[in-house]
Design a protein around this ligand. Structure first.
Ligand SMILES: NC(=O)c1ccc[n+]([C@@H]2O[C@H](COP(=O)([O-])OP(=O)(O)OC[C@H]3O[C@@H](n4cnc5c(N)ncnc54)[C@H](O)[C@@H]3O)[C@@H](O)[C@H]2O)c1
Ligand SMILES: CC(C)[C@H](C(=O)O)[C@@H](O)C(=O)O
Ligand SMILES: [Mg+2]
Length: 368
């Protein structure tokens, strides 16, 4: 199989973990005789420094022409005081929007080997396996107006949704639920927000099209509490952009670390951008200690969702599981009697399994 892949390392640990992803892909191409061609482009803070903009046209064009995009992370203190249009995060939002990647899948699976890494009780975390389907191109992040008054004392952000935008993400979540345990929790703030009332209305209307899926509505404040007190009650969560952002970082606690959470940002034709849920982690950037597993698991999602290489995706996920089984962990994970390793050594351990083992089951099932 021949594929064109754009790599967007970005900032901080982004450039460290994307190296791990590339090495894993190299091992896969060698083993299965695929030809993946890489095109590296700037985004975020490095793009501001190099080109004066967080999202150069050249980067957008390359992503539009690619079969898939892998992104590390953007942002960092160096650019925190920049005006809004010159913030690294604008580059990330811009590429999601310009590629039309409205469906962000964030699978959260507690690996059994990491049960002790979570600050939550084992019996609460054990068996957690949920998928957050986050709407990614609407809501507060993109609503207009979003500005500050001339005197600096008034601000406005707008939470706007079209019915069609809600319909397509809700359809996507119902379909994911059909391929999993067939339970959908729609999270909103319908006791206060107009946007949430329409959201709930759409979910209620769509229910009839998916009679095999049970549906529940939860208010976001209660959902935030239940996510860490009864995580195994959840199968698929569908929610708007900002609620999904917050809940997914919270859910990472179930897995032991934010460094374990992969994601896929998709549109309906399978084009996708794959990135870890975590950010550029300025506190550990450049030290060689970042956990590369979220990025590696995102690469597995790319193999599955954009290239339909199910076996290869399973092998990568199984390799991650195996490495954890062997007791290797980076500093963000607390593993009893384990062996602490850095980014490169962790990646090397994953590669050993990618080149040698076979696997048949998906560990991070989202949908087929
Ligand atoms: N997708 C993205 O590019 C993305 C996502 C979130 C935040 N950000 C940006 O990243 C910058 C830093 O944000 P933040 O500190 O709030 O969030 P962060 O996710 O970068 O870090 C939060 C904490 O988790 C740790 N952490 C995150 N990923 C890790 C990994 N792979 N291995 C080990 N530890 C890891 C960090 O060290 C830090 O203590 C900000 O500029 C923010 O806007 C970018
Ligand atoms: C960096 C930021 C714009 C981004 C978001 O809020 O979407 C990040 O937190 C994420 O979760 O991907
Ligand atoms: Mg986030």
């Amino acid at each position: 199989m021949e594929k064109q892949i754009v790599l967007l390392p970005g900032d901080g640990i982004g450039s460290e973990v994307i190296q791990s992803a590339k090495q894993v892909l190299d091992a896969i191409t060698e083993r299965f005789n695929h030809t993946f061609t890489y095109h590296t482009h700037d985004i975020g803070g490095v793009a501001i420094d190099q080109h004066g903009t967080p999202l150069p046209q050249d980067t957008v064009r390359a992503c539009e022409q690619a079969d898939a995009v892998l992104l590390g992370a953007v942002g960092g203190p160096k650019w925190d005081q920049n005006p809004s249009h010159l913030r690294p995060e604008k580059g990330l939002l811009g590429i999601r929007k310009s590629l039309g990647l409205f469906a962000n899948l964030r699978p959260i699976k507690g690996f059994p080997q990491l049960l002790h890494s979570s600050p939550l009780k084992h019996e609460v975390v054990d068996g957690s396996d949920l998928l957050i389907v986050r709407e990614l191109t609407g809501g507060l992040y993109f609503g207009k107006p979003s500005e500050r008054s001339h005197d600096g004392n008034s601000v406005v952000d707008t939470l706007a949704y079209e019915r069609s935008e809600i319909e397509r993400i809700v359809d996507n979540a119902f379909k994911s639920a059909q391929l999993r345990r067939k339970h959908l929790t729609s999270v909103d703030k319908a006791n206060v927000l107009e946007s949430s009332k329409l959201w709930r209305e759409v979910v209620e209307e769509k229910k009839a099209d998916y009679p095999d899926v049970t549906v529940e509505h939860q208010l976001v404040d209660a959902a935030a509490m239940k996510l860490i007190t009864a995580p195994t009650d959840f199968d698929v969560i569908v929610t708007e952009n900002m609620f999904g952002d917050i809940l997914s970082d919270e859910a990472s606690v179930l897995t032991g670390s934010l460094g374990m959470l992969p994601s896929a940002s998709l549109r309906d034709d399978g084009v996708g951008l794959y990135e870890p849920v975590h950010g550029s982690a300025p506190d550990i950037a450049g030290k060689g200690v970042a956990n590369p597993l979220a990025m590696i698991l995102s690469t597995a999602m790319m193999l599955r969702h954009s290239f339909h290489l199910e076996k290869e995706a399973n092998i990568v996920e199984e390799a991650v599981q195996q490495v954890l089984q062997d007791g290797y962990h980076t500093g963000d994970l607390d593993v009893k009697n384990g062996q602490l390793v850095g980014t490169k050594e962790m990646t090397r351990r994953v590669l050993e399994h990618v080149t040698s083992q076979d696997a048949t089951n998906s560990i991070m099932t989202c949908y087929a």
